[in-house]
Each structure stands twice: as C-alpha cells, then as structure tokens.
Write a protein of this length. Structure first.
Length: 391
C-alpha cells in the first residue's frame, strides 16, 4: 500500500486529510498498547491503559500530532520491549511525511533492536527511503533483504517496482529471474515486455542485431507478442523488406486489434509504397478475423485510424463488417466527431484504472499495469450498442 503514490517531498499531510486512516492508526496504537499491557500482566483479564495513552490518543485524534508523537515516543522508551509501538510510530511518521524521523526510529531498531527485529526494521527503513525518494539507499537495503528468508519475496517485488519506475529494464529482468519459478511463469508477459523495452533501446542505438536477439528472447517468454511483431516489422522496414514488415504488422493487428491506431498508419504507408491499393479491404478482413470486437467497435476504430483521403472507401468496408456507415460523407463526419472527442479526452483509456491518455503506453503510467490501454473508441461504440439495443 505504500506504492499508492510516489512521493518526492519529505512533508505532506495526507494523514490528516484522511480521518479514517488516522482513526485506524489510532486503533492500532490502542491495540498494541493493550497487547503489551496484557502480555506484561500475564493472566490479568482486564487491561488498564495508562493515562498517557488517552492523552496521546486525544492529541492524535485532534490533529496535534507532535504532542501525540512525543508521548508515544516517551512511552516506547520507558518500555524496553515496546518495539511494536516504535514500529507503529515510525510508520506514522512516514505516512505523515516526516521521513527523517521514521528513518531515525527504524535505523535504531535495526542496529540495536536485536536479531529478531533486524529484518523487519530494515524493511521499514527501505520503505522510508522510498518515501523520501532516496532510491539508491532503498535498493541497497532491499538487495540485502533479498538474502533473508522471511523478506526475500517482498524485497524482490519492491526491487522490481523500483527498477520498472526507473526504466532500468536490465535490472528488472535480473530480479525477475530470481523470483520463484511459479511466479516467473505467471509474469512471463511482463518479462517479455522488459526484453521488448531493451530491444527498443537497442534500436534507438542503431544495434538491430542485438534488438533481434532480445526479441527472440522475448518470444521465449510469450509466443504471441504483438509488440515484438511491431518491433521486428520496424527492423524489416529499415532493412528494406517492406513485404516482410507488412505481414508482421498485419499479424500484430490480428492478435491485438486495439493497436490499430498505432499500426494502421504504418501499414498504409508501406502499402502505398508497394502500390497495394486494396490494403484497406485487407485491414477490414484481418480485423474481422481477430474476433472479440463488435462490428460497431471495428467500424468506429477504422473511422478513427484511417486517414481522411481514404475515408471514401470506409462505407464499403464497414458494410461488410455489418457496422452501418451509409455514405462517404457520413463516414467523414463520424470520423471528424470521434477524432475531436479523442483529441479532447484522450484516444486511449486504461482498462484497470480508467486513465485517459492521448498517446499509447504499453504500461499504464498511473496504475503501472502492462497491456491495459485500449482505444477509447471501443468504449464509446459499446455504449452506442447498448443505447441501440435499449431503444
Ligand atoms: Zn491504469
């Protein structure tokens, strides 16, 4: 849950903007206090809280955080065993944005809290460093924790997310290979994306041979990989193999119709160069074969992706699809309307978090899911289908 929002500043006040969270933390502190007292009193059934706890909670609930912190810190010091209270306090400081104080508490626990607490304190410290934007230090602590038994998996997961956020795909891939085999299998698609990212970088560097090797490796993780098709098409095109590039683009489109807006302009450019004037018909046919997309979704997708000069062909193609556009004029005005809405609100939308975006992302910049973007036009067409069915 600490990943919810990356923070770069030390101070923020989200705790007090979120009363339920504050109350939850207050209850945690009460629970911990009761637990400690219950433990120390052995068989005693009624747990009596010291007056300081009530005073501290009163400060906490009434947003007098500094006073509350002072009281809880004093109580934690008075009870040598009260490591849990210190952890709760450290986490409270971190959430409050006072990361330097959280770091001080967790460092002390790690270095002097005894062997049973060292890993837990180190993990808390890694979260503090992340909150503070001190990624180098967070990485170092997490790499050490990856050698521990209890925290290995969590540490590896956090490292992966840090490397993904930094766009360090080589390191993300290295950590991926340290994950348990079952998890690697589950995340094979993500590893394929890391390799595609590396291949794209190699292409930018002009090293198409390395890009080719990386794409081959990507396909060992995931055989049907439209992103690899598109990159291989780019390499083929650069090498002068327009026909090969065309086939690869069409294959990618068949596998993932949602990529139409990215692929169709390249396909039409190559087709013009090869004097293949039937290409729009071919595109319609391939999209129809892809399945999983309704006729109206396909018709509207084409209306958005096809350039204005080819719009006259659209009614014929969409008639075959079964999605009605009576005339070239109708196709043009629909295309203009969809394009205008897309320009204003984003041509793509994330299926996971709903983020609207003008450009395409393989990984949503907001919720960080891979392959979650799809053309917004799909949703609009779906809504239109509902309206038609309802009327
Ligand atoms: Zn998202």
């Amino acid at each position: 849950m600490f990943w919810a929002a990356p923070r770069t500043c030390y101070r923020h006040h989200s705790v007090f903007e979120l009363p339920p969270l504050l109350l939850a933390l207050a209850f945690i502190l009460v629970g911990l206090a009761a637990w400690f007292l219950g433990r120390r009193n052995g068989t005693a059934r009624t747990v009596r809280l010291p007056r300081d706890y009530y005073v501290g909670l009163d400060h906490l609930i009434n947003d007098r955080f500094d006073h509350a912190a002072e009281i809880f810190a004093r109580m934690a010091e008075a009870d040598g065993d009260a490591a849990e209270i210190q952890f709760a306090l450290g986490s409270l400081f971190r959430r409050r944005g006072e990361v330097d104080r959280a770091i001080a508490i967790h460092s002390r626990l790690r270095d002097h809290g005894g062997p049973g607490l060292a890993d837990k304190a180190a993990f808390a410290l890694a979260l503090d460093y992340q909150s503070a934007g001190l990624m180098d230090r967070a990485e170092r602590v997490l790499e050490e924790l990856a050698a521990s038994r209890e925290y290995r998996r969590t540490a590896l997961d956090h490292l992966v997310r840090i490397y993904e956020a930094q766009g360090d795909w080589a390191k993300a891939l290295k950590v991926f290979h340290e994950l348990p085999p079952a998890v690697q299998l589950e995340r094979a698609r993500v590893a394929a994306h890391y390799l595609c990212e590396l291949a794209e970088h190699a292409l930018v560097q002009g090293d198409s041979e390395r890009a080719r090797t990386l794409l081959r490796q990507a396909r060992t993780h995931q055989a049907a990989l439209p992103r690899a098709d598109m990159l291989t098409a780019r390499i083929a095109q650069q090498a002068g193999d327009a026909g090969g590039a065309l086939l690869l683009y069409l294959h990618a489109l068949e596998t993932a119709p949602g990529l139409a807006l990215e692929i169709i302009p390249s396909v039409l450019a190559i087709a013009r160069q090869m004097r293949r004037h039937d290409m729009l018909n071919e595109l319609g046919r391939r999209l129809r074969q892809s399945g999983g997309v309704s006729p109206r979704q396909l018709a509207w997708l084409l209306a958005t992706a096809v350039p204005a000069e080819d719009m006259a062909q659209l009614p014929g193609i969409t008639a075959e699809l079964g999605g009605g556009m009576e005339s070239a004029a109708e196709a043009s005005s629909l295309s203009a309307l969809l394009t205008r809405i897309g320009d204003a609100g984003g041509r793509y939308q994330c299926n996971e978090c709903g983020l609207n975006s003008v450009g395409w992302y393989w990984r949503c910049p907001k919720c960080r899911s891979w392959d979650s973007m799809s053309p917004a036009v799909f949703k609009w067409a779906e809504r239109a289908d509902h309206v038609v069915r309802a009327s």
